[in-house]
Design a protein around this ligand. Structure first.
Ligand code: PBG
Length: 322
C-alpha cells in the first residue's frame, strides 16, 4: 500500500493544533495607531475618505488616547492639520501648534502611552509639498533645517519618538544633531526610510488636505520599482542615527520588508497606509469579502515578511478582536 510519507495536514487538523504550530502571531504590543488633530475644540469629525477615522481637536484627542491605551496599544502617531498654511509651513514648528498642544494633553492624560509625531511639512505648506520650494523644486538642505526645528518643537512638547516622513537626504542627521544639542538624548527617531511615491496615500491626502498643488512627490519619494535603493536609504538612516526604520506602504512592498529584515538588526516598522486600509473597508462594505478575516490575513503577512511594528488604522479593531 502506498501512502504519503509526510502528511502536513496533520498539523492543520484542529484549531488547537493550528495554534500550536503557528509561526507568526499578531500582537497588540507591536501596533501603532495614527491620530489626526486639527485646530478647534470639542471636535470629533468623521474623515470622509477613511472609514472610522476622525479629526480630533487637542481637547478631545485625549479621550481617544485613553481608549487606545486601555486597549493595550502602546503608541499613537500624531498628524496635524493647521488652520493656516503658508509657503514654508511655519505652523509645523509653532510652540502653540496643534500637534504640540495635543502632545502635552495626551502625555498629561496617559503618560505611559508613547507619542510618536509625524515630522513633515506637507500638511503645513500652502503648496502641499514636503519641503520648501526654491526655483520650482523642493530644496533639500533648507528643508532639513526646518524639519530639525519641527522635531525639536515636538521634543519640547513631550514627544517620545519623532518620525520624519519627508524623504530629504540627510534629515535624520540634522534631527539627531538638534536633539543631542538640546539634551534630548532619549528621544528616538523612527525614520520613514523607504517611503515610496505611492497611489495608496490617496485617502490620507484627502484627510490632511496635503496633496501637492503642482507636480508630484516623485523627486523625493522613492520609485516603486527599486529595492536595492530602498536598502541604501535604510542603511543611510541607520548610520545617521535612526533607531527604528519604516517601510511604507506595506503590502506592495513586502519584499522590501523581507530583504531589510535579512540585512538590518534594528526594529523595522511597516506602515499599512490609508489606501490599503480603504481597499479592505471598501471591499468589506461591498460585501465582497470578510473584512475582519482579510484584515488579520493582511497584517499577518506584514509580520511574516519581517516587520516588528505595524502602523495601522486597524489597530483598535485588532486589539478588540484578538
Ligand atoms: C506625509 C505623510 C503621508 C503619509 C504619512 N505621512 C502622505 C504623503 O506622502 O502624501 C501617508 C499615510 C497614509 O496614507 O496612511 N509626508
Amino acid at each position: 500500500m502506498s501512502f504519503p510519507k509526510i502528511r502536513l495536514r496533520r498539523l492543520r487538523s484542529s484549531a488547537s493544533m493550528r495554534r500550536l504550530v503557528r509561526e507568526t502571531t499578531l500582537s497588540v504590543d507591536n501596533l501603532v495607531y495614527p491620530l489626526f488633530v486639527r485646530e478647534g475644540s470639542e471636535l470629533k469629525e468623521p474623515i470622509k475618505s477613511m472609514t472610522d477615522c476622525f479629526h480630533f481637536s487637542s481637547d478631545t484627542v485625549t479621550a481617544e488616547a485613553v481608549e487606545v491605551a486601555a486597549l493595550g496599544i502602546p503608541a499613537v502617531l500624531l498628524f496635524g492639520l493647521p488652520d493656516k498654511k503658508d509657503e514654508i509651513g511655519s505652523q509645523a514648528w509653532a510652540e502653540t501648534g496643534v500637534v504640540q498642544r495635543s502632545i502635552k494633553e495626551i502625555k498629561k492624560a496617559v503618560p505611559d502611552l508613547l507619542v510618536i509625531t509625524d515630522v513633515c511639512l506637507c500638511g503645513y505648506t500652502s503648496n502641499g509639498h514636503c519641503g520648501v520650494i526654491k526655483d520650482n523644486k523642493v530644496d533639500n538642505d533648507a528643508t532639513c533645517e526646518l524639519l530639525a526645528k519641527v522635531a525639536l518643537s515636538h521634543a519640547y512638547a513631550g514627544a517620545d519618538i519623532v518620525a520624519p516622513s519627508d524623504m530629504m537626504d540627510g534629515r535624520v542627521k540634522y534631527i539627531r544633531e538638534a536633539l543631542e544639542e538640546n539634551n534630548f538624548h532619549d528621544i528616538a527617531i523612527m525614520s520613514y526610510s523607504a517611503k515610496f511615491a505611492s497611489a495608496f496615500y490617496g485617502p490620507f491626502r484627502d484627510a490632511l488636505d496635503s496633496a501637492p498643488v503642482f507636480g508630484d512627490r516623485k523627486t523625493y519619494q522613492m520609485d516603486s520599482a527599486n529595492a536595492r535603493q530602498a536598502l541604501a536609504e535604510i542603511a543611510l538612516d541607520i548610520e545617521e542615527g535612526a533607531d527604528i526604520v519604516i517601510i511604507k506602504p506595506a503590502l506592495p512592498y513586502l519584499d522590501i520588508i523581507y530583504r531589510a529584515r535579512q540585512r538590518f538588526d534594528c526594529p523595522i516598522a511597516a506602515y499599512n497606509v490609508s489606501g490599503e486600509y480603504m481597499m479592505l473597508n471598501s471591499a468589506g462594505e461591498a460585501g465582497l469579502l470578510d473584512k475582519q478575516q482579510a484584515m488579520l490575513e493582511m497584517l499577518t503577512s506584514i509580520k511574516r515578511a519581517g516587520a516588528d511594528i505595524i502602523i495601522t488604522y486597524f489597530a483598535k479593531d485588532v486589539a478588540k478582536g484578538i
